[in-house]
Write a protein that binds this ligand. Structure first.
Ligand SMILES: Cc1cc2nc3c(=O)[nH]c(=O)nc-3n(C[C@H](O)[C@H](O)[C@H](O)COP(=O)(O)OP(=O)(O)OC[C@H]3O[C@@H](n4cnc5c(N)ncnc54)[C@H](O)[C@@H]3O)c2cc1C
Length: 355
């Protein structure tokens, strides 16, 4: 029996499971999925979990069941590429024949003193839950600062606005305008929404230091009761520590067949992989589709295609609370209620197909 081990049950490896199970797994292959939590987490909804507008249960989806799928729950502490073993915090190491590393990402603090110690996070479910507790236990009229005006910072700020009308919410962003990766029309729409809904956007921010309840913007102290960090990501620390080639963002450089250059049995999927696009759940899934096909070909001794098709991305959608949204679909900017309805529809479909 050959053993395929999947590290992390996020968007990438959940798609791997759905492509291989129930009928596309050769009889002589079994799968072990390892994750620290016993369910698949909808990371794209952590902003709502932290703001307190969806329940914990709504961001969890059960892993599939199959006689040749073993689910193992524990903290992965090290990947030994030489001996083909995965080490966990407890129990025996897990050997593999093929490995797909899909451990997602963590906050990146850009060496800003105090940022790691004094800010809250929505990058994993445990931290998003802590952030939820802290935000929702705040006394009336407290000040919340969110650092980073990309997709997750914008979604958190707007959701929190709807969740807690009393809070003073400040969104600090480095750019001249928030959502700088989007067309200007979208950025302006979102910036106007914040103005109308009483979220203060601080453009051109440069956070130089963070202390307990104080942010330093261009070295000027700003008092704040809680700070949430959404200003950058980097691959999971286990991947950062792997002795393999990485790109400037610390993501693993792969061959066109998504395996590391020195071992065709080790693949990397999702936020930890160096791909020519910004990391996203959609990208992780598109890449997983290709990895599943490559594995099937390698298992059955078929020749691999010389080139793989470009991974098709449909676009990005963001929410502004429960009624408004924004996005970019097929390169067209969309804003307003329709964008929000589309986003909710996609989430519903995802849960329906995976749950
Ligand atoms: C607020 C927010 C909104 C977002 N919105 C969108 C969106 O609208 N569209 C979009 O496409 N993308 C969005 N993203 C990005 C998207 O969530 C990620 O790109 C996606 O989750 C990456 O998938 P992945 O499979 O690489 O890893 P993940 O989905 O992050 O999964 C990683 C898994 O690894 C497990 N794990 C990590 N470390 C360990 C360890 N040491 N031991 C055991 N298990 C471990 C985790 O528990 C987790 O299950 C958003 C992200 C955030 C934070």
């Amino acid at each position: 029996m050959k053993k395929l081990v999947l590290l992390g049950g996020g968007y990438g490896n959940m798609r791997m499971l759905h492509r291989l199970l129930p009928n596309n797994l050769p009889e002589d292959v079994s799968i072990t999925l390892i994750d620290r939590v016993p369910y698949h987490c909808l990371k794209t909804e952590y902003y709502a979990l932290a703001a307190g507008t969806v329940s914990d249960q709504e961001v969890r989806v059960p892993f599939p069941e199959h006689p040749r799928l073993e689910l193992k729950y524990g903290e992965i502490t090290n990947i030994d590429l030489e001996n083909k073993m995965v080490h966990l915090d407890e129990g025996e190491p897990v050997p593999y024949d093929d490995l797909v590393i899909g451990l997602g990402c963590e906050d990146k603090y850009h060496n800003i003193p105090g940022a790691k110690e004094h800010t809250h996070s929505i990058q994993n479910i445990e931290k998003a839950r802590e952030t939820y507790q802290t935000l929702n236990n705040l006394p009336a009229n407290s000040v919340v600062s969110i650092v980073g005006g990309g997709l997750s910072g914008v979604e958190l700020a707007s959701e929190l606005r709807e969740s807690r009308e009393d809070l003073v919410i400040k969104l600090f962003d480095r750019g001249k305008i928030i959502l700088s990766a989007f067309p200007e029309r979208v950025s302006r729409y979102v910036q106007n929404w914040f103005q109308t809904n009483g979220v203060e956007v601080i453009n051109g921010a440069n956070i130089t230091k963070v202390e307990d309840q104080t942010l330093f913007n261009h070295d000027e102290p700003v008092h704040t009761d809680v700070i949430v960090w959404t200003a950058g990501i980097q691959p999971n620390w286990i991947v950062r520590e792997l002795d393999v080639e990485k790109d400037k963002q610390g993501r693993v450089v792969l061959t066109k067949h998504h395996n590391i250059p020195v071992d065709e049995h080790v693949y990397v999927v999702g936020d930890c992989a160096s791909l020519p696009y910004a990391p996203s759940a959609q990208l992780a899934e598109g890449q997983a589709d290709q990895i599943a096909q490559i594995l099937q070909k390698r298992w059955s001794g078929q020749e691999l295609p010389a080139e793989l098709p470009t991974i098709k991305l449909k676009g990005v959608l963001g929410s502004l609370g429960k009624k408004q949204g924004f996005g970019l679909m097929a390169e067209r900017a969309i804003t307003g209620r329709i964008a929000r309805i589309l986003k909710s529809g996609i989430l519903w479909m995802y849960k329906y197909h995976n749950g």
